[in-house]
Design a protein around this ligand. Structure first.
Ligand code: AMP
Length: 191
């Protein structure tokens, strides 16, 4: 939504890693087991992925989704990360969303099985790629993902709060409401 609306490049390590797995690259093989079980991939791998991506796309503003997720990741790119948008969701919301999430395997467009007939015709409206359930969108794996979040990602809230760079949003609300708030943050990014 951000790229389509603002023409700002967006990436996420998760999307890059899923592509590497689909392509069967050495990196895809190396990280497959970790992502399948919902654990975090090593900081060294993730930071290198992000740096490579920045070299290609990072000239004039960008958004990362799911990065940084640890303090070492945050510190490694501290000079260029301006704001942290913290999407607060309850465990119940996270569970409800992952059990119905459909994601385009080609471009990453995300929707749900309950939206606009995608269950019957699981084809991406933007690139015609296949809309599929993610292998790690599983209630048992969610417990590992939440444990990783609590131990490794949660400390980032204090880190960015200290710099007055933290923007907390209630992401239990509708997609449109949350996108409206994120849009306002992007529109004021250079103020
Ligand atoms: P996501 O698509 O953001 O839900 O990420 C899917 C999986 O990719 C995660 O469960 C991790 O295994 C891995 N991953 C994504 N982002 C990161 C990150 N910043 N640090 C470490 N591992 C990550």
């Amino acid at each position: 939504m951000i790229t389509r609306h603002f023409a700002i490049p967006v990436t996420s390590p998760g999307t890059i890693l899923r592509r590497e797995m689909d392509l069967g690259t050495p990196l895809g093989h190396e990280t497959e087991e970790t992502t399948r079980h919902g654990a975090l991939v090593s900081d060294a791998i993730i930071v290198r992925l992000i740096e490579d991506w920045l070299n290609l796309h990072g000239n004039d503003g960008f958004v990362f989704d799911g990065f940084p997720r640890t303090l070492p990741q945050a510190k490694s790119l501290d000079e260029i990360l301006e704001r942290a948008v913290w999407l607060d969701v309850s465990e119940e919301t996270a569970r409800d969303r992952i059990v119905s999430r459909l994601q385009c395997r080609r471009c990453g467009f995300t929707t749900s099985v309950t939206s606009a007939g995608f269950a019957e015709r699981p084809i991406c409206p933007y690139c015609d790629g296949p809309l599929v359930r993610r292998e790690d969108d599983d209630v048992a794996i969610l417990q590992t993902r939440l444990a990783e979040f609590n131990s490794k990602t949660q400390p980032l809230a204090a880190f960015y709060e200290e710099k007055s760079a933290l923007h907390r949003l209630d992401a239990n609300r509708s997609r449109e409401e949350v996108f409206g708030d994120i849009s306002r943050l992007i529109e004021t990014r250079s103020e």
